[in-house]
Design a protein around this ligand. Structure first.
Ligand code: IPM
Ligand code: MG
Length: 366
């Protein structure tokens, strides 16, 4: 089959990591008889440089015309990049928030899995790491603090800033359903994370989630306060299957979850709307400090391409092939710098590669 794939290479390490994912996709296409038709789309800092804004209307139109979009990363170094001299709504991140909203990508899936081969790179206590974990954060992506009204003004002579955390029951219901649906295909557990001891939005979140749960009698629902969840993630991540949470909590917890997999360079993600369309991106940032040095880890992007095959194109076998190739690469001791074992003796047994080398290694094993 032929699939139309938009590619937002973006900024920093974005172009190099998406190049590796594209290479792997091309090999998958050849092996399984599909073609992936690539359309490049500008977003983020590179769009500011070329068009003056981080996301143009044309870019949104082009993205909508694709079957799915694969993204690298956007943004630069806030301390030095001229992009951050611009007002907030013109900075690179505004492009990402804009495309999420414009395409209705409300469901953000961030799976965090500890590959047995990466236990040595996991910063958790070794008895915890050796138990492993396989969890998925279902983060709400188009509501909450990110999209509520905000302003900075002077009140009684003091500079005062306001952000608003708003959710209506429909927004909560649709993301909760996604969490339960995916739990049915996993270990049938949903842990809904909120701050219901303080926030009204969390109390509504908890109530609506409990209503949705009634339609999924086989799934076990639990609730956890977000501060406790942050602690439990490092204490006993194996207890989690699907973690359902609102936008901001999901942003924070998914960075934490990625770190315990060994590196943020390992965590893929899918952002989905009501249809099969999705935007697929690594959870990590643009890492401007290592951009262009061919040392970034492309595995999260390659695994994001696998999620694209699975969720947008229904190509499970092909997605399995990519995931198996990644596992094989790790089993063969091939490592980028970020996933090297911490222990010196273990390190000696590994083969260190760069971004391109890692992409080649995966492509060869498809
Ligand atoms: C993420 C990122 C974004 C977010 C930033 C770049 C706006 O941190 O995808 O997690 O906060 O959602
Ligand atoms: Mg984040």
């Amino acid at each position: 089959m032929n699939f139309k794939v938009g590619v937002i290479a973006g900024d920093g390490i974005g172009p190099e990591i998406t190049a590796q994912a594209w290479k792997v996709l091309s090999v998958v296409g050849k092996k399984f008889g599909h073609s992936f038709e690539r359309t490049d789309i500008l977003m983020g800092g590179c769009s500011i440089d070329a068009c003056g804004v981080p996301l143009t209307d044309e870019a949104v139109v082009s993205a909508k015309a694709q079957d799915a979009v694969l993204m690298g990363s956007i943004g630069g170094d806030a301390a030095t990049s001229p992009w951050y001299q611009l007002p907030p709504e013109k900075r690179p991140e505004a492009g990402l928030l804009g495309i999420r909203k414009a395409l209705g990508l409300f469901a953000n899936l961030r799976p965090a899995y500890l590959y047995p081969e990466l236990k040595e790179a996991c910063p958790l206590r070794s008895d915890t790491a050796s138990q492993g974990f396989d969890l998925l954060i279902m983060r709400e992506l188009t509501g909450g603090l990110y999209f509520g009204a905000r302003k900075t003004e002077e009140v009684d002579g003091l500079r005062t800033a306001t952000d608003t955390l708003v959710y209506n029951e429909e927004e909560i219901r649709r993301i909760a359903k996604r969490a339960f649906d995916i739990a049915m295909k996993r270990r049938k557990k949903v842990c809904s994370v909120d701050k219901a001891n303080v926030l009204d939005s969390s109390r509504l979140w908890r109530a609506v989630t409990a209503e949705v749960a009634k339609d999924y009698p086989e799934v076990e629902l639990s609730n956890m306060l977000v501060d406790n969840a942050a602690m439990q993630l490092v204490k006993d991540p194996g207890q989690f299957d699907v973690v359902l949470t609102e936008n901001m909590f999901g942003d924070i917890l998914s960075d934490e979850a990625s770190m315990i997999t060994g590196s943020i360079g390992m965590l893929p993600s899918a952002s989905l709307n009501e249809s099969r369309f999705g935007l697929y991106e690594p959870s990590g940032g643009s890492a401007p400090d290592i951009a262009g040095k061919d040392i970034a880890n492309p595995l999260a992007t390659i695994l994001s391409a696998a999620m694209m095959l699975r969720y947008s194109f229904d190509l499970d076998q092909e997605a399995d092939a990519i995931e198996a190739a990644v596992k094989q690469v790790l089993a063969d001791g091939i490592r980028t710098g970020d996933i090297m074992p911490l222990d010196e003796a273990q390190k000696q047994k590994m083969t260190k590669v760069g971004c391109t080398g890692m992409g080649d290694a995966v492509a060869e094993r498809i």
